[in-house]
Design a protein around this ligand. Structure first.
Ligand code: HEM
Length: 326
């Protein structure tokens, strides 16, 4: 086997390990963020958004699940950082440099270091920016790992117009999805999930708000008194916007699925539509649950996991899109 092929095989194996580690970290960190004072807390809704603050307090009063999740998260994150460093080294230690893979590995390293710094400020943080940064950083890392896992394919001659525009539209869909992920993170960290019930109620709350855009500011500490439902009404514009963007995303993703299908990537098109429908159903069920009995932790974790898979799928698309039907 040629040396280059051996190096690429080794790199793909490392990238696969990285994918598994990062996905586990994404789920565990969502659990740590959501389990304490999040959608699954009790007594509902008085507990919502009322997580303990301060590192010392959180260490002594954490639930058994969180007490177990924290060290697990630390160990996995350290392992992931080592794997990412190994990825960078294996791309640039010998000539020829593997530029395509190397660029992705370097982006992974920058993100991993940024998340490590953010982790220092995460314990007991009450401004949404920290949680959103954590969520988006983790999801983008996973998407980059998945892209690094996928093999190089020779560009086929006779690329169709559908395959070409698929790449462009996959990029547009990726951007809309990333914005939706940021908004979802804001909804979650601002505890806006129980602020309104459905599109009409969210629109009414938006109309009644004096400074609706203030809800989008991730640097303001979240404070509210969650006595009755709906709660934290001033954050309703976030949930309204999350609805609107979900509708926009649906249109763009369906169009990308049509293009993927036309370019012969039928399974990919089906996976996209399936993920979209499941994510919508989960989101709507979660909002319904939060305004009722708050049985939402499992749903919120699944919503997070699906967002990670969705982003990874769209990040993979452009490079593989140059494959005409037949
Ligand atoms: C279809 C595209 C959608 C995507 C990609 C998406 C993505 C996300 C993400 C990434 C989060 C943050 C999860 C976390 O904290 O770990 C989130 C939160 C949330 N999403 Fe969505 N979402 C979508 C659609 C919807 C829809 C249609 C609804 C229904 C209104 C919804 C309701 C919510 C709620 C209530 C939360 C906050 C959950 C919590 O408190 O943790 N989402 N979303």
């Amino acid at each position: 086997m040629p040396d280059l092929q051996r190096r690429l095989n080794f790199l793909h194996r490392l990238a696969l390990i990285c994918c598994v580690l990062v996905l586990a970290i994404v789920v565990i960190s969502a659990f740590i963020r959501l389990a304490d004072g999040g959608p699954g807390c009790t007594p509902w809704p008085q507990c919502y958004g009322q997580q303990r603050t301060g590192a010392a307090e959180s260490q002594t009063q954490a639930s058994p699940g969180i007490a177990l999740a924290r060290p697990a998260h630390r160990v996995l994150a350290s392992l992931a950082l080592l794997v990412v460093i190994a990825l960078v080294v294996s791309c640039f230690a010998r000539r020829p440099f593997l530029w395509r893979e190397g660029r992705l590995a370097l982006a992974l390293l920058v993100l991993a270091l940024a998340l490590a710094v953010l982790g220092i400020y995460s314990g007991g943080a009450r401004i949404p920016a920290i949680g959103v940064g954590n969520l988006v950083g983790g999801l983008v890392m996973f998407a980059l790992c998945v892209r690094l896992c996928s093999r190089r394919r020779p560009t086929l001659s006779g690329d169709t117009a559908a395959a070409g525009s698929l790449g462009v539209w996959a990029g547009v869909a990726g951007l809309v999805l990333l914005t939706q992920v940021v908004l979802g993170g804001l909804v979650s960290t601002s505890h806006a999930g129980a602020s309104c019930a459905g599109w009409l109620d969210c629109s009414a709350a938006l109309g009644a708000a004096t400074q609706p855009w203030q809800a989008l500011n991730p640097w303001v500490e979240v404070r509210f008194d969650p006595q009755a439902l709906p709660t934290h009404r001033s954050a309703a514009p976030l949930l309204w916007l999350h609805h609107v963007l979900a509708a926009l995303l649906a249109v763009v993703v369906l169009w990308v699925a049509v293009l993927a299908w036309r370019a012969g990537r039928v399974r990919l098109a089906a996976a996209m539509v399936l993920l979209l429908v499941m994510q919508m159903v989960l989101g709507l069920t979660m909002v319904g649950g939060m305004l009722g009995s708050s049985l939402g932790l499992g749903l919120a974790l699944a919503h997070n996991l699906l967002a990670a898979l969705f982003l990874a799928l769209l990040f993979r698309l452009p490079r593989g899109s140059a494959q005409p039907r037949g």
